[in-house]
Ligand binder design. Sequence first.
Ligand code: MF3
Ligand code: CO
Ligand code: CO
Length: 271
Amino acid sequence: MLKKDKPSRKLLLGHEGREKMRQAGQFNAQLMDFIRSHVKPGITTGEIDTLVHEFTHQHGHRPATLGYLGYPKSCCTSINDVICHGIPDDTQLVEGDIVNVDITSVVDGWHGDQSETFIIGKASEEAIAVTQAAFDCLHLAIAALEPGCTVSIIGDTIVAEAHRRGFSVVREYVGHGLGQSFHQPPNVPHFPDRKSRQQRILPGMCFTVEPMINTGTRFTRLDKNDGWTVRTRDGGLSAQFEHSILMTEDGPEILTRTQAGPQPGHSFGNS
Ligand code: MF3
Ligand code: CO
Ligand code: CO
């Protein structure tokens, strides 16, 4: 058979593996709950990183990004035109910024991975709209998932919604399988491609959905100096949300959600 639509057995978790992923996802989500209350004007991204690092170790766990392929920090903080992989430093958050905080923990060898974009104080209509679009794209894609569906339902849903709102979808960085590895098959593109039309999401699979939505061009530029920071090529804004998902026999389960976080349907307007 030419069609590679059968994931290797290892990617299909049984009861024990699913419980491990639930525990990792719930720890990561509690860490996000803790961080959420600190993301305010005046805090530096480096201070956020220290909070992530200390909370994780105090609970006996490990940040997955620290040392990952040489990455130097315990989370990623991506402000305004930074799409992803921004490195925490002494930059202060100021009113009007949007900042994505992406956190990944390793809990007893298993990974939880999620991110949220935060609006700092009162922001522009455009900043709010792109943040709302990224959040809604994530949750529309999750709502479209069914056991046995193809991976491409995710990209189809996200591109349709983002374009409907006049925004673009980043292609160079994608969601991914998640488990005892940080990044494993399948690739989860947020746009439809040929390979994702042939891959099925079966009960027992864990993966992330993490759409990056831009106000202008979808094209990216990697920072030559630090080798990590990814920016929009045109300087436009970019927003992202990410959850870790387990597909079950009954449908998708969001592993990295708590009651304190923004729920599907949440509105990010200026209050
Ligand atoms: N957390 C990111 C993801 O969602 C990956 C960050 S890798 C790093 O896949 F090295 F940049 F931290
Ligand atoms: Co991820
Ligand atoms: Co992430």
